[in-house]
Structures are given as C-alpha cells and as structure tokens.
Design a binder for this molecule. Structure first.
Ligand code: SF4
Length: 439
C-alpha cells in the first residue's frame, strides 16, 4: 500500500444492533447490543482487492453494508477518496452510488424477476441519469458483452438464466455506472465450484481492465487466495489477522487463521500442518467472551504461569472448561461409581490419569467431581478462577509482525514470558478499550 490517501480508508468502524431481548429486559432498559462490527480499520488502494474472511456471523456483510452506508455505522469513519462519507447528506450519498456498488451473494433473489435484463441494467443507468436513447441500448449491449453474455439476452427474464449467468447480470448491473469500488458480498458462495472459477476470473479481468477496487467477502480462505492483494480474517466483529496472501498462508500466525486454512479440503501446497478442528460454534455477539474473543475455541490458549502444564494437558483442561460451559458432558451415560466415573470422564476428555503438576491435578479433580454432580457452572468457575490466562482477561490488539498484522498474545512481547498480571500492550492501548483490536 502506498503512503498517499488510499481509495477507501475505514477507521474504527462499529455496527451494533439492538438484540431481541425479552420484554422484562426492555422494560428495565437492560437491552443488550449485538456487536456485529466492533472497531475495525483497514485501507483499500485503487484497483486492489481486500479479501474479508470469517465464519458466518463474524460481521463481514455488516462491514460491506456499513461502508456503502446501506446501514448507518454506530461509530467510526469511512473515507472514500479522502472524504468522510459517514457525514454525507442523502443527496451526496445518491451521487456516491455511482462510484460505489455491490454484488450480492444470491443473484436469484437480488434481481427483480418481473424485469427483463435490459430493464435491470437500464434501471441503474436511469437512476443516475446516465445514457439515454440509442446510446442506452448500446451501453447495455456493451455491458452484456463485457460480462460474457450476448445482446440477445437483453430481452429475457431472470428465470431463463443459470446461476452463473444471473451473477454475470448482477455484475453488469454493478458496472453500469462505472464504479471505482465494488463490495462483492460472497458473490460465488451460491454457485457450483466450476462456475465459481469463471466468475472469479471475470472479476479479475474486469479489475485489470477497469481498475476497480473490490472488498471481496467470503467465508472460505481458498476463494480469496488468488484474487486478493490483502486478506483480513475476522472473528466475532474483530480483525484477527491481516496481510498479503503470501504472509497469511506461509504459515498463518493467528490460531484462527491456522484453523480456517487447515479446513480447506485441498490445502495450499505451502500448508504442512494437520487439520485443526475447532471446538463448539462461534459464541453469540450479544454476550461475547472476555479477553480474546477466540479464547473459548482457541487450540493454543496461553497456559497460566503459576502451574506446570504440558501442552496436551493444558489443551485437555481447556476442553474440560469449554464442555463444562456448554454443559456438553452426558454424565448420566457413565453408569459407574465415583472413581470409575472419574476415570471415564478423564478418558472422554483426553485428560491423563494424573497431571504432571500436583496442584493443578487437585483443581482438576475438584472440577471433575462438580461435573459428575452436574454442577457445570461451578466447575467452569473453579477452572476459570484458578487457571488464569491472559487470553481470557486481556483483549489482544493488532500488531505488526514480520508477516502482516496479528491480534494474538502469542505475538505480543508483553506475554512472551507467559501471562503477567495487568500486562498491557506496548502501544499504550488499554486492554479491552473500544479502540483496541483494530489498528
Ligand atoms: S490471544 Fe490467546 S486465545 Fe487469542 S488467539 Fe492468541 S493464543 Fe488464542
């Protein structure tokens, strides 16, 4: 990225929604916010692509729509060609739509079934007062040709086309106004794999010819690997890691990126690790975990400095804590007395028969007894309060490394020697502050 003003600069973007909390909570003013986007910053240069990747519900689409001002951001700024468009009037925003467009995930539902292709593409020209009469028809034919369709398609209706052709029409509609920037919101997720490659190639060719910048949203790293100049990985509304594809793929730094990459059916040849299965699902953005939002699923949570854990032991203890939180241990299926039940639980949880640290062993035994009595919440509390890790208390911030920027304590010198009480990031940003995690 150059030192001059980029085409798009997003600073501390937040998008919160009201949750559907129950009547009593609303009455008492305790309604919680869904933090879909929680302080995100990035830049996109003219003619370049930023791939935005993460599991469903991580805030990717909210970012795309907030940039386009289709949804009003809760906080933060969006600079387009140097101007903060969050302060634009309705009229200014209407004019801006000529420069910023969107391609939707599902072409079937995003195209009006009652309009011909001619009307669908022509509508965009009409709204912005671009081209009329003969030149309007010529422009529509030129756009169809550009996206790999032909002029005879202009008088047909959406139901007469395949999914890939419909997405080409969606792309032609976005191109109609000659935009400089397009949000591609999962544009190939609903398509067959063979068609996906064609649409990706088309978007790349259009970028080369027309110099358009893309924010390319996907839930699969392999989709953006070849099209993106930079890739940003999102988790629960926060940026986990950002870098070029080379930086991100060889090897990934953030444990979440590592897990996403290992989940690709035919991983990149540069990837030499094993498949990493993340436990559980993405937590609710209404009540996200404290500290690092990924700590409830992270396979590399930093162990507490007060106890001597071997890596496998610590992972098993974290798994016990996670399953206690989720109440995901069917105690009643173990038909045995207390000591046999303990043994069965340890086997089920991959816990060695005795931990190497006797003090840690005592705590784990207490937690197991609570689990056996189905006192899950109490068991989780015992583990949480005893095995203190910075991952569950301090929010990591994005830091520059030799291979991109990453928000993980494993890459923070303050935590190199293990967790230290009250350790703060060296950039002076207080853990857990609103600005953390985004710059
Ligand atoms: S900060 Fe801790 S929990 Fe978060 S990704 Fe890094 S190691 Fe995992």
């Amino acid at each position: 990225m150059s030192g001059s003003e980029p085409l798009l600069r997003v600073e501390g973007l937040e998008k919160y929604y009201e949750s559907e909390s129950d009547f009593i909570d609303r009455l008492l003013g305790r309604q919680k916010k869904v933090k879909a986007v929680d302080g995100v910053s990035f830049e996109i240069e003219a003619g370049e692509t930023l791939g935005l990747v993460g599991e469903s519900g991580c805030g990717k689409s909210s970012i795309g729509r907030s940039i386009l001002q289709l949804r009003e951001p809760t906080a933060g700024s969006v600079y387009f060609k140097g101007e903060d468009i969050t302060a634009f009037s309705d009229r200014e925003l209407r004019d801006l739509r000529k420069e910023m467009q969107i391609i939707f995930q599902n072409p079937q539902s995003s195209l009006n079934p009652r309009l011909t292709v001619n009307d669908i593409i022509g509508e965009a020209l009409d709204i912005h007062g671009i081209e009329g009469g003969v030149s309007r028809d010529a422009r529509i034919k030129e756009l169809l040709d550009r996206v790999g369709l032909n002029a005879s398609h202009a008088n047909r209706y959406p139901h007469e086309f395949s999914g890939g052709q419909l997405q080409r029409i969606g792309i032609a509609r976005a191109l109609a106004v000659d935009p400089d920037f397009i949000v591609c919101d999962e544009p190939v997720s609903a398509l067959d794999v063979s068609v996906q490659a064609q649409i990706l190639n088309l978007l790349e060719d259009l970028q080369d010819e027309l110099g358009i910048a893309y924010l390319f949203i996907a839930h699969d790293l392999s989709v953006v690997e070849h099209i993106a100049d930079e890739i940003a990985v999102m988790y629960l509304g926060k940026m986990a890691e950002i870098g070029t594809p080379e930086e991100l793929f060889a090897p990934p730094q953030h444990p979440y990126t590592e897990a996403l990459l290992s989940a690709i059916p035919e991983p990149d040849p540069l990837w030499e690790g094993d498949r990493i299965l993340l436990e559980g699902s993405v937590p609710s953005p209404i009540d996200p975990p404290s500290g690092c939002k990924f700590h409830t699923r992270c396979p590399r949570v930093i162990p507490p400095s007060d106890y001597e854990f071997e890596q496998a032991e610590w992972r098993a203890v974290m798994s016990l804590r996670h399953r206690a939180r989720e109440e995901d241990i069917a105690v009643e299926t173990f038909d045995a007395g207390e000591s046999a039940l303990m043994g069965a639980l340890r086997e089920e949880l991959d816990l060695p028969s005795t931990l190497s640290d006797p003090e840690a062993e005592e705590v784990v035994q207490e937690a197991l007894r609570l689990v056996a009595d189905e006192e899950f919440e109490h068991a989780e509390r015992v583990l949480d309060e005893t095995f203190d890790t910075p991952c569950s208390t301090d929010e990591p911030v994005l830091r520059q490394t030799d291979a991109g920027r990453v928000a993980c304590h494993l890459f923070d010198p303050a935590y190199e020697a293990g967790p230290t009480e009250g350790a703060a990031p060296d950039d002076g940003t207080a853990p857990g502050s609103a600005a953390s995690g985004d710059d």
